[in-house]
Design a binder for this molecule. Structure first.
Ligand SMILES: Cc1ncc(COP(=O)(O)O)c(C=O)c1O
Length: 415
């Protein structure tokens, strides 16, 4: 009888296996590094103190005593977990308050809370789209958006990152596809830190009758006077049909949400499999997110938002002055300050040199970015003080000289 090939064969010879082995052997793997304390501006990591420039804790609220107390209070009141889905036995008064306040914050009729942001994207796109529809995505959109699109079986039409001419071409083709059209973009792109040209995207969507969804994972709790994201900053909130956000960045917790019209959110509540068939977020996570949201929406919010953006500007200018090629977010700098390295291995080696110099950053190599577009993704918090950022810049300066003498020049500032 013929037998099947081993389905596990692919785990042995995959294209990254050799690179992974070599990186591990040389202790050059920039991923899965062990954190030994809270994700503050300075962290304990693998036996040493390091300046944290690789966290999405943009407002530093994971360390705020009010957020921690709220998590504790939820734990004390509801226990460690809900052991069930939102549908059956996983909905708390905390979820309902959070959903109401998120909708108010986003200025939408309603909001729905998922256990993670990834599930929010998958559970929305996989539900709202179907066979016959077309979904148009920016090539730099987050992986969870792509996953949702693939699950939905809608026709996927990607366009080159932030290229409006390519978006328009895809829209004109999508009209001929014959189904509904949804355009999905990140408000702030997670690796590049740049902002989608939302006003122009809105105009194009309107012209072609397409709906628009914006992933505000890195925009909510960062941009706009209320901190409601790129859509607020660029004045298009009323024109964006669906806004996604996560609690795993400025909201200092874990979970995600979709904000939009009553009819769509209500449909998701009874149809979204990633909402219905998974356990509700743990009470402490929901309590923490609600407390963080209340801080952002309080009188303290604007100063916190300003501080993280000022820190982004400071780091961006500092790295530029040191001769690094910094990708600048337009029309505003965001807390994400990417340093272009181009070559994957050089990025890993530069990461290691910085790590040894006491600075932790993230490394983005292909396929997280385009081939030849490797970068060090640095990010700031509102709670980094200038002295700490200066120490980090100093480490970048010292490392650059030695690195370039050993491994060749790095890309310089854009002309
Ligand atoms: C742009 C974007 N969308 C969605 C997500 C998923 O969010 P979560 O971490 O809550 O699953 C992330 C986080 O990595 C993200 O960066």
């Amino acid at each position: 009888m013929p037998t099947a090939i081993d389905v596990f064969a692919k785990v042995r010879g995959h294209e990254r296996a050799e690179q992974l082995r070599a990186a591990r052997e040389a202790d050059l793997l920039p991923y899965f590094r062990r954190l030994e304390g809270p994700a503050g501006p300075i962290v304990e990591m693998e036996g040493a103190e390091r300046i944290m420039l690789g966290s999405n804790n943009y407002l530093g609220l994971t360390a705020d005593p009010r957020v921690q107390d709220a998590a504790r209070a939820a734990l004390d009141k509801y226990g460690t977990g809900l052991t069930g889905s939102r549908l059956l036995n996983g909905t708390l008064d905390l979820h309902l308050e959070l959903e109401a306040e998120l909708a108010e914050w986003m200025g939408t009729e309603e909001a729905i809370v998922f256990s993670t942001g990834h599930q929010a994207n998958v559970g929305t796109l996989g539900t709202i789209l179907g066979v016959g529809d077309t979904v148009i995505v920016d090539s730099a959109d987050h992986a969870s958006i792509l996953d949702g699109c693939l699950i939905s079986k809608a026709k996927l039409r990607p366009f080159k990152h932030n290229r409006l001419d390519r978006l328009e071409k895809m829209l004109s083709r999508a009209v001929d596809d014959g189904g509904g059209i949804l355009v999905v973009v990140d408000g702030v792109f997670s690796m590049e830190g740049d902002i989608a040209p939302l006003p122009q995207i809105v105009e194009l969507c309107k012209a072609y009758g397409a709906r628009l969804m914006v992933d505000e994972a890195h925009g909510a709790g960062v941009l706009g006077a209320r901190g409601a994201g790129a859509s607020e900053l660029l004045g298009v909130e009323a024109d964006v049909d669906l806004r996604m956000g996560t609690f795993s960045k400025s909201l200092a917790s874990c979970g995600g949400f979709i904000a939009g019209s009553h009819e769509v959110i209500d449909f998701l509540r009874v149809s979204s499999r990633a909402f219905l068939f998974t356990a509700s977020g743990v009470p402490a996570a929901v309590g923490a997110a609600l407390a963080a949201l209340r801080i952002i929406r309080s009188d303290e919010g604007p100063a916190l938002l300003q501080r993280v953006l000022d820190n982004g500007e400071y780091l961006s200018n500092g790295l530029d002055a040191l001769g690094f090629r910094v990708v600048r977010g337009e029309p505003a700098v965001t807390p994400i300050v990417p340093v272009l390295v181009e070559d994957d291995w050089k990025a890993v080696l530069l990461w290691r040199a910085l790590y040894d110099a006491g600075v932790y950053v993230n490394v983005a190599i292909h396929p997280a970015v385009q081939p030849g577009g490797a970068l060090l993704r640095t990010s700031v918090m509102a709670t980094h003080d200038r002295d700490v950022l200066d120490r980090a810049l100093n480490a970048f300066e010292n490392v650059k000289q030695k690195f370039e003498s050993e491994h060749g020049t790095l890309p310089g500032p854009a002309a």
